[in-house]
Structure formats: structure tokens, C-alpha cells
Design a protein around this ligand. Structure first.
Ligand SMILES: [Zn+2]
Length: 191
């Protein structure tokens, strides 16, 4: 039987879109890149298209993902960055050989080498993570308020007061929970 794999949670920040390929980390975790092909699919929609991916490369990707998650969580909570996570991020960044090019439409495109496109793509993701963890970009790392999520996300709102990693999922669920709790209170307060 063919089961449709879970959809991606894509945001505007590459590194945290990547960590969001594993969601509900504190609840019933959902793995959104369960197979090498799903990593290929994710890279394609993220502007880092590759032709294929091996199981070993998927493992490398997941190791990077968890390293970014650990380092971003530490940064968001003002804790020292875990040394092993930093090492993994730096190794992937150093191994990548992607080149940024400007298109005639004034957009940036990543050119991946034909020899190691997956490693190059991971290098781009690692460098993106470095730029947000190092505070190079305008925004603030924060943790999602949902107790079953707690994903690190990059808040670029004016007030820097965003609560949820994703409004359409975690944000909505919390709002619904609050609405239901209010309904219950209203009902039980009625004569
Ligand atoms: Zn969340």
C-alpha cells in the first residue's frame, strides 16, 4: 500500500525550514524526510535541486538537521552552543562547494557541482544556519510556544514577539485549544 509522505513545512528561512522536516519533536514526532527521495523533493522546493540522494547522504542531512536544531535552540535560550553540533555544522559548511550566481531576474541561484550536489546543498544550509545563529541577519532566534513542538525559529517580525514556529500549524492549534477552553468555561459558568 502506498502511503503519502507528510507534507513539508516551508518557511522563508532555509535553515529553519530544514529543521522543520522533523516536527512535533516534543510530542509524536513527524519525520518529513523519511526516505532519500523525500530529501530530493525537499531540496527541489528549496532551490537546491539535486538528481538523486543515497541513504548515507540522507543520514548526513539528518545529522546536520539535528546539529542545527541543537545549536539554534541553545542560541535561542542563551546557552553555550554544543561543541559537537558546531563541529557538524562547520564540517558541512566547509565541505560544500556551491556557488551563488545572480540571474537576469535579479535573484540568487545556487549552482551545485556535478560531483557532490547533495554535499553542496547541505553546505548552503549549514552556512544559512551559521548566519542566523551568529546573529548576522536581522531577526531573533526563538522557540515555538507549543509544548509539543518547541522548534527554534527565526523571528523577523517588527516587534520580535512571534510565538509560534508556524502560524498555520502550531499557532492555529494553540488558538483552537484556547477557544475550546473558553467555550468550556462559558458553558460551565452558565446558570
Ligand atoms: Zn511550533
Amino acid at each position: 500500500m502506498h502511503v503519502k509522505p507528510p507534507d513539508f513545512r516551508l518557511g522563508s528561512v532555509l535553515a529553519t525550514s530544514f529543521t522543520a522536516t522533523l516536527t512535533e519533536r516534543r510530542g509524536d514526532a513527524v519525520e518529513r524526510i523519511p526516505t532519500p527521495q523525500r530529501l530530493v523533493d525537499w531540496l527541489a522546493v528549496s532551490g537546491l535541486a539535486v538528481e538523486s540522494c543515497t541513504t548515507a547522504q540522507l543520514e548526513l542531512a539528518r545529522e546536520l538537521r539535528e546539529a542545527i536544531h541543537a545549536a539554534a535552540t541553545a542560541a535561542a535560550t542563551h546557552n553555550p552552543l554544543p561543541a559537537t553540533a558546531v563541529q557538524v555544522i562547520n564540517d558541512r559548511s566547509a565541505q560544500g562547494g556551491a556557488a551563488a550566481v545572480l540571474t537576469p531576474e535579479n535573484t540568487r541561484q545556487w549552482l551545485l557541482s556535478s560531483a557532490s550536489p547533495v554535499e553542496d546543498a547541505l553546505g548552503v544550509i549549514a552556512a544559512d544556519a551559521i548566519s542566523i545563529i551568529a546573529g548576522e541577519r536581522d531577526g531573533k532566534l526563538a522557540l515555538c510556544a507549543s509544548p509539543t513542538c518547541r522548534a527554534a525559529f527565526f523571528d523577523t517580525s517588527q516587534s520580535r514577539s512571534r510565538k509560534w514556529c508556524d502560524m498555520n500549524t502550531c499557532g492555529n492549534r494553540q488558538k483552537k485549544a484556547r477557544f475550546n477552553a473558553n467555550q468550556r468555561r462559558t458553558r460551565s459558568a452558565a446558570p
